[in-house]
Design a protein around this ligand. Structure first.
Ligand SMILES: Cc1cc2nc3c(=O)[nH]c(=O)nc-3n(C[C@H](O)[C@H](O)[C@H](O)COP(=O)(O)OP(=O)(O)OC[C@H]3O[C@@H](n4cnc5c(N)ncnc54)[C@H](O)[C@@H]3O)c2cc1C
Length: 398
């Protein structure tokens, strides 16, 4: 058998750069298939980054397969529905019953949880796995692909069969690979904060007290409100169109005042404390593998705009599918990397199109907005849900 192919006798040695969502899912899936995995993370500890995220059934199905559902259930909330609301009038335009659809059509829960809790559950599973070892505060030599390979091999004590770059939007692995994409500011910033019941007291009761996800759709902005716990706390993300990618130079009050929002929505936004602001960057099109032994997954390969809440879900799909393809196949790893990139690019392109469509619909103004409201209000909740079957009903094992 030639070098780089997989035989039953050879235990694969895998290096993963980055212990984010993509890297940890890849590590667990590889290890469960018998590979030996070493993860190199530059942070000294894994701390809270990124507040709450939505995890759709295409992602939770994979986490179920990895045996993590019981642990994750301690942290996540399964919202009843997604309610699309006009940010100027606070009138609910449409509702998708995601809990019911998740159970009956998509085959796994639709959940909301803190990114840090998801990472922690994955991290604990990796620590408990005898085939995985994780090196925190790890600095590698990124002066070129050969230097990286030599440095990783020296740290692992063995030449890795594959180096996976799961190191996020500012990936260093991407920089040593040919023909890759690059980060580009997406002209949007995301403001995040927690809002308790009193902060939402002025909103209509169906928004202030519910266990649903609310999307307040405004002109060139939207606000997503997620249930954060059973005590009525919510996590709020206010997404604004800005040409300026330096949040520290933008005042939050000024950002709010630029938009025509219902006064009670403004009231909730103004209640924000411990506010964080993230510029939203995406990765332009490019190659994800070096044709030999290096591949990018998750945000390192294809960070996308957040309008369909699929960045982490795609990172989970990538980590799982790559690992399945590499460990299940009798072919050369280099061939599997090409196949992985081709398969995943088709899906990522479709998700990005949906993301662009959501941005257009959420942020519509004038006649487009009235048309949107009319079309959405006439659709049945079930038909709105059916339009998402291709996304949420996806399974890597089909
Ligand atoms: C406003 C907003 C809202 C979002 N909401 C959602 C949502 O609702 N649902 C959803 O699915 N997604 C959402 N996302 C996207 C999601 O958070 C990301 O797509 C996802 O976390 C990417 O995971 P990752 O593992 O690829 O990268 P990351 O989570 O960025 O992890 C990369 C890891 O690599 C490490 N690293 C970096 N450089 C190096 C290096 N040189 N050496 C070693 N380690 C390194 C980092 O420290 C980090 O631990 C949202 C994003 C934004 C901006």
């Amino acid at each position: 058998m030639s070098e780089g192919s997989i035989s039953n006798e050879h235990q694969l040695n895998i290096a993963i750069i980055g212990a984010g969502i993509a890297g940890l899912v890849a590590a667990l899936t590889m290890s469960r298939a018998g590979a030996r995995v070493q993860i190199f993370e530059k942070a000294e500890e894994l701390t809270e980054i990124g507040a709450s995220i939505q995890l759709s059934p295409n992602a939770t199905k994979i986490l179920q397969t990895l045996g993590l559902e019981d642990e994750l259930k301690k942290h996540w909330i399964e919202p009843h529905s997604v309610k699309l609301t006009d940010a100027q009038t606070l009138r609910i335009i449409a509702e998708v019953p995601i809990a019911e659809l998740a159970k009956n059509s998509w085959g796994a829960p639709y959940a909301v949880l803190k990114r840090a809790d998801l990472q922690h559950v994955l991290y604990q599973a990796v620590l408990a796995d005898e085939n995985c070892s994780l090196h925190l505060a790890s600095s590698l030599n990124f002066d070129g692909p050969n230097r990286l390979s030599i440095d990783v091999a020296a740290k692992m004590g063995v030449k890795p069969d594959l180096i996976i770059g799961a190191d996020g939007v500012w990936s260093s692995v991407r920089k040593v690979m040919p023909l890759t994409g690059h980060p580009k500011f997406g002209n949007y910033n995301a403001w995040r904060f927690n809002a308790d019941l009193s902060a939402r007291a002025h909103l209509p009761p169906e928004i202030s007290s519910s266990r649903s996800i609310h999307v307040l759709m405004g002109a060139a902005n939207h606000t997503a409100i997620y249930p954060a716990d059973d005590n009525g706390n919510s996590n709020v993300i206010f997404i604004t169109r800005d040409k300026n990618d330096k949040p520290e130079t933008i005042k939050f009050d000024k950002a709010i005042s630029r938009y025509d929002l219902h006064p009670n929505a403004v009231h909730m936004l103004q209640s924000a404390t411990e506010l964080g602001c993230w510029p939203i960057n995406q990765i332009t099109d490019g190659t994800w593998n070096n044709g030999r032994d290096m591949v990018l997954i998750g945000d390192a390969a294809h960070a996308m705009m957040p309008f369909s809440a699929q960045g982490a879900a795609m990172a989970i799909e990538d980590g799982y599918l790559l690992s399945k393809m590499v460990t299940d196949s009798p072919y050369l790893i280099s061939d599997m990397l090409q196949k992985f990139e081709k398969t995943r690019k088709a899906r990522i392109t479709k998700v990005k199109s949906r993301t662009a469509f959501n941005r257009f619909a959420y942020h519509a103004i004038g006649p487009i907005k009235w048309g949107r409201n009319l079309v959405l209000s006439r659709k049945s909740p079930q038909s709105l849900g059916r339009g998402l079957d291709w996304l949420y009903g996806w399974s890597a094992d089909d």
